[in-house]
Design a protein around this ligand. Structure first.
Ligand SMILES: *Cc1c(COP(=O)(O)O)cnc(C)c1O
Length: 641
């Protein structure tokens, strides 16, 4: 009764939901909670009047027959992010009196979808925002899509003759194509092929810095990085180019510290070191013009603005200002002209643009049954002791009661294993145990500074919400490197969430779960969610999944690509579905792993016919069986209502 009264008095608001899920902190101004308690997406913080409700979009998809899970892409966000990166660099350079300029090169590997590259080419045009290719396939995509001859086309990655030839042809066609030497062995081949193709290449060198990036990808930079030349190899390269009379072709220094660099200090230190190398190459007589800092601009997934792995301790403005300032300081000292600064920013450009949406299918709760009025007469003493602990529980003996409960429960389990306690008695003991834990939790919540054990119990008692998606397909970094993503309900945000839960996917893998969630201080182990309302659907969204998640995913349990829908938001607050891709069918998935769906069907028809012959099913039943099998092949790989 007291609880209900307290809940009633403490009325819930959408502001409380925003705060609870830390929306303002991670949303980049693209998402917010509406007065009605729905999650909204808006094309930019500048246009709150163009916000569109995510639940409304979900309804629209349902009407069109598109089932959950759905990957929703918001096209306008790419536009806004490209503009923001470029404008911020331009402003910082202007402020500081920088003599060179800025150019972006979007690394295709971060999200290779044609739609993304289209957007880069289109929205990037005013800024000459280019592309970065790390393989032949990516270069071929880039050459087919790019139109702007001013924009950089950076070729990184391990290069064979075919890769080199393609890049040299791009130079011949007039593209600002820069071949980055990643390995000493590539240089003689590039020189040879450029003679054959009769074109002067524009060359960059990828250097190994002593500065380490930190974070998940610490070894992408530093001396042990896989790619790049150390200083000895760099000098050999310079000597070779000198001998060949091609030193003027060497125009760029490139490095990549790794992705999601959360600490600005590492970024600054690396720029300083790279500038010294740049200056050294100028003095050697190379035709230096470009300084390419690679990727690394981090996304604040947890909104903590800290140097946690899922965050960053700097703003975009600080990033641009610090880099520009560091380049100026070092090169002014060396009396060398300011280069064009290039960044290969990927993650920060595309992360915000996709949201994974799914419905909750079911839940498990860890609430004990109500206890019997009286324990049985002949009940083992351990059970009586547990009951006594429960009755004596107070705010002063939480820890002691917890210890007792664990002690007696373990004793009961041992007695059961020795055959001295019945199944019913054990069940009663387990029930007593969970009842005690629940009571400890209720009592402990009243404390201002709850002991750590309380949080642990809270985790033990949190529900499991089973959700219609595959972690391995749609959120591979959550599984592989414990990447945090913001997860929250997309509706009912005017209601108080009354449950704590972790999220399980529909693969039958025990790793297929999310049990770390964004919080002010590191990750918390459960997520407050609303109770399920009978048959009414409950939808969750996983936000900021636009970078790296789509093609890294796999077919675990043969759950395939989800449906993908693109919306573009208009000035009048309306939107349309500008793209729609149906997810994999079961037949699609089976053919990826070498089954031929037609042959499967044929074989299965034989199995069914044999069953008719053996009198197990009637011919009419055979028809039903075959219809079910065929419908299954055509169907979506996810749970369908
Ligand atoms: C992966 C990669 C990038 C992209 O890094 P982000 O942190 O996503 O911006 C840029 N350059 C190179 C060479 C890369 O390998």
């Amino acid at each position: 009764m007291v609880d209900i009264l307290a809940d009633f008095l403490e009325s819930w608001t959408i502001e409380k939901s925003s705060e609870l899920y830390r929306v303002a902190e991670w949303s980049g101004g693209y998402f917010r909670v509406s007065d009605k308690g729905d999650m909204l997406v808006q094309p930019s913080p500048k246009y709150p009047d163009r916000a569109v409700s995510l639940p409304e979009i979900v309804e629209g998809l349902k009407d069109r027959g598109l089932d959950m899970p759905v990957l929703l892409r918001i096209e306008n966000i790419l536009d806004a992010q490209i503009a923001e990166l470029n404008e911020t660099f331009i402003a910082a350079m202007k402020n500081l009196g920088y003599q060179g300029n800025f150019m972006g090169a979007y690394p295709i590997k971060v999200n290779q979808q044609k739609q993304v590259i289209d957007a880069m080419v289109h929205y990037g045009a005013p800024y000459h925002h280019g592309l970065e290719a790390g393989s032949k396939a990516e270069l071929i995509a880039a050459m087919g899509m790019m139109v702007d001859k001013e924009a950089p086309l950076i070729c990184n990655g391990y290069k064979d003759e075919e890769f080199i030839d393609l890049a040299l042809h791009a130079v011949k066609l007039g593209f600002r194509c820069i071949l980055v030497v990643e390995m000493p062995s590539e240089l003689p081949l590039i020189i040879e092929r450029s003679r054959v193709i009769k074109v002067n290449p524009v060359l960059g060198v990828r250097i190994k810095l002593s500065t380490q990036g930190g974070g998940h990808w610490a070894e992408s930079g530093g001396e042990r990085s896989i790619f790049g030349l150390n200083t000895t190899q760099l000098i050999h390269a310079v000597d070779l180019l000198k001998e060949e009379g091609m030193l003027d072709c060497l125009q760029m220094v490139h490095y990549h510290l790794g992705s999601q660099i959360s600490n600005i200090r590492q970024i600054r230190t690396a720029v300083g070191e790279a500038c010294r190398v740049y200056a050294g190459l100028v003095k050697e007589g190379a035709g230096m013009r470009y300084l390419d800092l690679g990727g690394g601009l981090a996304v604040d997934y947890d909104g903590s603005q800290s140097n946690f792995l899922s965050s960053r301790n700097y703003t975009l403005n600080e990033y641009c200002t610090d880099i520009t300032e560091a380049v100026m300081t070092t090169l002014d000292e060396e009396e060398i002209a300011h280069p064009t600064i290039i960044t290969e920013t990927g993650r920060a450009l595309v992360a915000y643009y996709s949201v994974l949406l799914f419905n909750v299918l079911d839940k498990t709760i860890f609430e004990p049954d109500s206890l019997p009025e009286k324990l049985p007469e002949d009940c083992p003493p351990q059970l009586l002791n547990m009951l006594e602990s429960l009755e004596n529980l107070s705010i002063r003996n939480l820890q002691e009661t917890l210890n007792d409960a664990i002690y007696y429960r373990d004793e009961v389990r041992q007695l059961f294993n020795r055959g001295q306690i019945t199944l019913r008695e054990r069940s009663l003991a387990e029930n007593l145990f969970w009842t005690i834990l629940n009571s400890i939790l209720k009592t402990g919540r009243e404390l201002k500074n709850a002991p750590a054990e309380i949080h642990e119990i809270e985790r033990l008692l949190s529900d499991i919400y089973y959700c219609n998606f595959s972690l391995f397909q749609s959120l591979p970094d959550s599984w592989a490197i414990d990447q945090l993503f913001p997860v929250m309900p997309i509706h009912r945000l005017h209601e108080k969430p009354t449950r704590n839960a972790i999220i399980a996917d529909i693969t039958c893998d025990c790793d297929g779960k999310i049990d770390r969630f964004v919080d002010r201080f590191g990750a918390k182990r459960f997520l407050p969610l609303h109770d399920l309302n009978g048959s009414e659907e409950y939808y969750l969204g996983v936000f900021l999944v636009g970078a790296y998640q789509e093609t890294l995913g796999d077919l675990h349990n043969l759950l395939g690509d989800t449906n993908v829908v693109t919306v573009s938001l208009h000035e009048n607050g309306k939107y349309d579905f500008s793209g729609e891709l149906e997810g994999d069918t079961v037949a699609d998935i089976l053919s990826y792993v070498e089954y031929d769906p037609k042959r499967l069907l044929m074989k299965f028809r034989k199995t069914a016919e044999t069953a008719v012959k053996e009198g197990r099913i009637s011919p009419l039943e055979r028809k039903e069986v075959m219809q079910a099998y065929e419908a299954g092949l055509r169907g979506y790989t996810y749970f369908e209502r």
